[in-house]
Design a protein around this ligand. Structure first.
Ligand code: G3P
Length: 222
């Protein structure tokens, strides 16, 4: 399973690269808004992220989200985003115009990521439109006392049954269990803040075990 980092923060992306867990990046307007950028700086910001992805030597890409809702504007914005760098995937919220735009980009071989997916019906439509990636939001479903992972499993089953080519990126990851369960279901990727991926490293028995190994070595080996 691929690890995408859900951030627009260059430092966090670099840290993920150094840890060897950077398979791709996803951003959204809220994440971008945390980076203190002017509109003029946004293209260059995406370029810096693309360069870090190139340094990994992997095929990873970055999903850059459009903010338009009108069909013509989505097309114009998406084409502009994809012209910044070949690693840019146009991220499009699900809607009637969004679906039409996904079909348009699919014919032009411009990669898309259909986002804000909260139901199997939406995921089915996104796949039929030819979206390369589909991003169901696990954590935000859990927040409403429902089960985000059940949705992931349902979408995976539907895509497998009909051999859809769309790849599922489990988004809105809130904890390590989300990551493990997504791996068990067997989806293509999760997109997560780096700190949750780092948490996968820790186990109290590892720390305790290491402490004892070092203590025994120091006390008994002469
Ligand atoms: O990038 C989309 C998604 O991962 C957002 O997550 O934590 O804002 O629900 P969150």
């Amino acid at each position: 399973m691929k690890f995408f980092i859900d951030t627009a923060n260059v430092e966090e992306i670099r840290k993920a690269k150094n840890l060897g867990v950077l398979d791709g990046v996803t951003t959204n307007p809220s994440l971008l808004s945390k980076e203190n950028l002017s509109i003029k700086e946004i293209d260059n910001h995406y370029l810096s992220i693309c360069k870090i992805l190139e340094e990994t030597g992997k095929k990873g890409d970055i999903s850059a989200e459009i903010i338009s809702s009108n069909y013509e504007d989505i097309i114009q914005e998406g084409e502009k985003l994809s012209s910044i760098h070949p690693k840019i995937v146009v991220k499009i919220p699900i809607s009637k115009n969004g679906l039409k735009a996904i079909q348009y980009f699919s014919k032009k071989n411009i990669k898309t990521n259909c986002t804000l997916v909260f139901s199997s019906g939406q995921a089915l439509l996104a796949a039929k439109a030819g979206s390369n990636y589909v991003s169901p939001f696990i954590g935000r479903i859990d927040d409403l006392s429902s089960n985000g992972l059940t949705l992931i499993k349902e979408i995976k089953d539907i895509y497998d049954t009909f051999h859809f080519k769309s790849k599922i990126i489990g988004a809105s990851i809130r904890n390590t269990l989300h990551i493990i369960e997504c791996a068990k279901i067997g989806i293509y990727a999760v997109t997560s803040p780096l700190k949750i991926i780092e948490t996968l490293l820790y186990h109290p028995l590892t720390n305790k075990g290491l402490e004892k190994f070092l203590k025994d070595y120091k006390e008994k080996i002469y």
